[in-house]
Write a protein that binds this ligand. Structure first.
Ligand SMILES: C[S@@+](CC[C@H](N)C(=O)[O-])C[C@H]1O[C@@H](n2cnc3c(N)ncnc32)[C@H](O)[C@@H]1O
Length: 245
């Protein structure tokens, strides 16, 4: 029986792949990759492993989570080193936890290889430090897909925290309305970073009151990270001498 490595591919920039992830990609017998792995795709062109894309999007067939889980087990029975390559970090909104559970239930050994999560790195590439001593003393990461059921919007609105939203483009208007409804200042700055770490990256700034309209006008699309909080205002200062390679 082989071993499954749940590997974080980072936010899409080759150099932000960890050394351990790189070594595993070289050694793997089979790699089950996500769609959103950015430049790491280039690295996959020169490996010995069989590559299976389990994350095809935009209309093309994409595998259901249950199918991916089963395939992982099947591959572990066939190969020694199975790499499950996931965007960002495997355990941050990446269903890595579900895959790990399924492996355990099927008696398969596994290891998690952390990746640089887009939740932190994408705001950084836009010159937004998620914490700063002069602003909110907490950071909360939320999925934008839970606008009604399980999130306590009142608590979130009242917490003095920078809010980072993943998968939030479709529900942006509702997210902003929820926060305003429960007392968050409508003038709270908001930034959206679309397709971070890519040539198509776009950054949009506004506030809780106007960002949904701006995003609609600019046709902002996923993948994007939304940052809500006063730290967004630091961007205009930091960008002046920000010089990414
Ligand atoms: C299913 S979640 C996976 C997150 C991933 N596990 C991580 O740690 O980055 C996908 C969401 O991550 C965010 N995301 C991932 N890569 C991104 C990028 N390069 N630019 C902007 N947002 C990104 C978007 O919010 C996207 O909808």
């Amino acid at each position: 029986m082989g071993k499954v490595y749940l590997v974080g591919a980072g936010p899409g920039k080759k150099e932000l792949l960890t050394l351990k992830a790189y070594e595993l990609i070289q050694k793997a017998d089979v790699i089950l990759r996500d769609e959103l792995i950015g430049e790491v795709e280039d690295i996959l062109k020169n490996v010995r492993a069989e590559i299976i894309n389990v994350g095809k999007r935009s209309g093309k067939h994409s595998m259901k989570q249950e199918e991916i889980n089963k395939l992982l087990v099947e591959m572990a029975k066939k190969y020694d080193i199975v790499v499950r390559l996931k965007g960002g970090d495997p355990f941050i909104f990446g269903r890595g936890g579900e895959e790990a559970e399924y492996l355990v239930d099927n008696g398969i050994e596994f290891e998690v290889v952390p990746g640089v999560t887009s939740a932190i790195a994408v705001p950084e590439c836009a010159c937004i430090p998620l914490t700063h001593r002069e602003f909110d003393p907490a950071v909360v990461f939320i999925t934008g897909r839970e606008t009604k059921r399980r999130l306590n919007w009142e608590a979130l609105a009242k917490l003095n925290a920078t809010i980072v939203v993943l998968m939030g483009v479709e529900n942006l208007r509702e997210i902003c309305e929820n926060l305003i409804k429960f007392g968050k200042d409508p003038n709270t700055p908001v930034a959206i970073i679309e397709k971070g770490f890519s040539a198509e990256e776009r950054i949009l700034e506004g506030d809780l009151l106007n960002i949904a309209e701006k995003a609609k006008k600019e046709k902002i699309e996923p993948p994007a990270i939304i940052v809500i909080g006063e730290v967004v205002n630091l961007r205009q200062k930091l960008i002046r001498f920000f010089s990414p390679d």
